[in-house]
Design a protein around this ligand. Structure first.
Ligand SMILES: Nc1ncnc2c1ncn2[C@@H]1O[C@H](COP(=O)(O)OP(=O)(O)O)[C@@H](O)[C@H]1O
Ligand SMILES: [Mg+2]
Length: 240
């Protein structure tokens, strides 16, 4: 997917992405301070917002190939099972119950199949919305801060599901998270945004471990104390 001169104004905020390439089949991380425009860009890609100008070349992807999970999952007033099959039904995709059960098993919700989805814990609801996003075999998945409020076990599960998915049938991911440890582990490419602009793109190592751009350095210094600590740890604490 190629983004060119994409512009969107929301109140005082101006998004202006001169160019951005989302190479298919890779896990992309989208990072930057709160309010820099990550969600706005995602909504433009999803077609939820209409751009003021510019183009998104989807390179053959259609709306039914693309999905997004958000921090506050929107679940139907129905059972876990019915929530999960909903994306299949609206796309008229045939499915076997066993296939759905396998997904529930994978995310540890097998025993909650008949439970009312909105009575799940918030972590379970996020797992459900994540798996619901994958079940119809999308080609582009945008994960907007879904990892943010998860307990470490669930965050690890997401990581595993993404890695498994990439082995089985690679899809394109755009993962938005301030959890830079996860971004570093799972992302092939990282894009850094500041004040509505894409400032830099590169490998996770280039952007997170050897950032040259001052804005990235400032972001890394301000956001993720634990990321820095972990990085130091892995290098044998040579900074102390
Ligand atoms: N509907 C809106 N009207 C006015 N301003 C908005 C609207 N939606 C978002 N914004 C502003 O646009 C900026 C970017 O928001 P957002 O894309 O959600 O940032 P991020 O996801 O990176 O935290 C923020 O300053 C936000 O307040
Ligand atoms: Mg956001």
């Amino acid at each position: 997917m190629k983004i060119t001169d994409l512009k969107k104004r929301l109140g005082e905020f101006q998004l202006d992405i001169g160019s951005m390439e989302i190479e298919p089949g890779l896990v992309h991380g989208l990072i930057g301070s709160n309010g820099c425009g990550k969600t706005t860009l995602s909504k433009l890609i999803m077609g939820i917002l209409t751009p003021d100008g510019g183009t998104i070349d989807y390179e053959g992807l259609t709306a039914r190939d693309i999905t997004m999970t958000s921090q506050k999952p929107y679940l139907l007033h129905d059972t876990v099972y019915n929530n999960l099959v909903y994306p299949l039904k609206i796309r008229n995709m045939p499915f076997e119950e066993a296939e759905v059960d396998a997904w529930l098993e994978r995310c540890g919700l097998a025993d909650k199949k008949r439970q009312y989805a909105r009575s799940l814990s918030s972590g379970e609801q996020q797992k459900l919305s994540f798996v619901r996003a994958l079940i119809f075999k999308p080609k582009l998945v945008i994960v907007d801060e879904t990892l943010s409020n998860l307990d470490p076990d669930s965050a690890d599960l997401f990581e595993r599901l993404i890695v498994e998915q990439q082995k089985e049938r690679p899809v394109t991911w755009i993962t938005i998270s301030h959890q830079l440890v996860h971004i570093q582990k799972i992302c092939d490419r990282v894009h850094f945004m500041e004040k509505g602009k894409r400032v830099a793109s590169g490998t996770a190592e280039e952007i997170l471990l050897r950032p040259t751009h001052p804005a990235i350095r400032a972001y890394l210094a301000s956001t993720e104390v634990s990321f820095r600590a972990k990085e130091d740890n892995e290098r044998g604490g040579d900074r102390t």
